[in-house]
Design a protein around this ligand. Structure first.
Ligand code: 48H
Length: 264
């Protein structure tokens, strides 16, 4: 008599492979693809999932959370300015008041609650997957992303001749942080201009990033630090309210685009 139910190794392998392949095939076409599983991408995903959309978050790392996982410096703390603590209240993240309108929380606690809430909203994830290009149609509209397995990017050319595959969607959200990797693809082709993020100025930065979150090219929304990089907005250092509220705004814009695409 053993504690655990007996299982053959092949059953474990089949459970993982079968489940992955069924989901992967289902998400070859989705409503919204979010590139980057940091704070802005996760919040956008959660909002879109709650609205009933089919959402895939693609993350090149083998963990989610981006800069939200560790927070400022190496200290595992994140700060937020009012009114963004409302999102912590919604997620049930414990936090304390550092000074009037400024709140501090444990980064792993905040991040894991956000990840769990995003999963609860029905969002699916592709980890260790690098978005390396976009699908753009003749009407100059972003219609998908091109992905490859992340480790391929780190292999020498002579053994990495592995073609990527395309995934189709109605809207792509660039939530790739400072590098704005997705928008940069359009910049490289001369289809978009990118100003590059500005110097640190907390008071100016967070309002600006939320305000400017939107469609930067037909079918492509930039959120979080990716938005700051596209528009040349000041950075805000280790304070994350702007990222969370920018993610919310990105979801609102994505819903408008999806609804427009249904009508047309
Ligand atoms: C798949 C990719 C790709 C790719 C990148 O950096 P993030 O945390 O991004 P945001 O914008 O949600 O949050 C920014 C915040 O963490 C931060 O850095 C702040 C507030 N800085 C202010 C300052 O002054 O410094 O997450 C981006 C995610 C990461 O997990 C990347 O691994 C992922 O995107 N990613 N995933 N394909 N091509 N590029």
């Amino acid at each position: 008599m053993t504690l655990f139910h007996p299982v053959r190794e092949r059953e474990v392998a089949k459970a993982i492979v079968g489940s992955f392949l069924r989901q992967f095939e289902e998400y070859i076409v989705s409503d919204v693809i979010i590139v980057g599983g940091g704070p802005s991408g996760l919040v956008a995903g959660r909002e879109l999932g709650k609205a009933g959309l089919k959402v895939l978050i693609i993350e090149r790392n083998n963990y989610l959370g981006g800069g939200f996982w560790v927070g400022g410096y190496f200290m595992n703390k994140v700060t937020l300015r009012a009114p963004a603590q409302e999102i912590f209240d919604e997620l049930g993240v414990p936090y304390s008041t550092a000074s009037e309108g400024l709140y501090v929380a444990d980064a792993p606690h905040a991040c894991s609650r956000l990840i769990a809430a995003t999963c609860d909203a029905g969002v699916k994830f592709l980890s260790l997957t690098l978005v390396e290009d976009l699908v753009v149609r003749e009407d100059n509209r972003v219609a998908g992303v091109v992905v490859n397995w992340s480790p391929i990017a780190y292999l020498p050319n002579e053994i990495s001749a592995l073609d990527p595959i395309p995934l189709e969607t109605k809207v792509v959200i660039d939530a790739t942080g400072h590098d704005a990797c997705v928008a940069r693809k359009l910049v490289q082709r001369g289809a978009l201009k990118m100003a590059g993020e500005g110097a640190l100025w907390i008071d100016k930065s967070e309002d600006a990033v939320v305000e400017r979150t939107g469609e930067v090219y037909p079918g492509l929304i930039a959120t979080g630090m990716a938005g700051a990089s596209v528009f040349g907005l000041p950075r805000m250092g280790p304070t994350f309210g702007g990222m969370l509220l920018s993610g919310k705004r990105a979801a609102e814009v994505a819903i408008e685009i999806v609804q427009r695409s249904v009508v047309s």
